[in-house]
Design a protein around this ligand. Sequence first.
Ligand code: ZN
Length: 136
Amino acid sequence: MSELTLLHRGKKYAHASVGNLGGFEGKQFLKDAIGATSCEISFGTLPHGASVPFFHSHKANEENYIILSGAGRFQADDDVFEIGEGSVVRVSTGCDRNLLCTSDVPMTYICIQAKEGSLEACTADDGVITERPSAL
Ligand code: ZN
């Protein structure tokens, strides 16, 4: 089981890690550790043949599943489709969802949960290039 570690925290940022995802197991929520205010983020992993032990839906938040490794099937209400490394699945409110790992390697994914319809400015409108000198 990987452990979430808070590595750095400043007034305007936080850096946490669950370590090498190859050894990650289970589910780890990140919002509280990093102080996120706009979304919940979690790492999840399922071994071969495993699914989340329940279907669920959300009342206010959409969820975005980003598959980092492995492969399997995703069910959204009555629709079932194949997913794998590189897949991104957005699920609206009021939609039952679950995922099943069918690959020999564990399926590791990130789930980002945010209030449906809350995004007001995307990167092109919200991002500002600044003149800060690099310290990297
Ligand atoms: Zn959920």
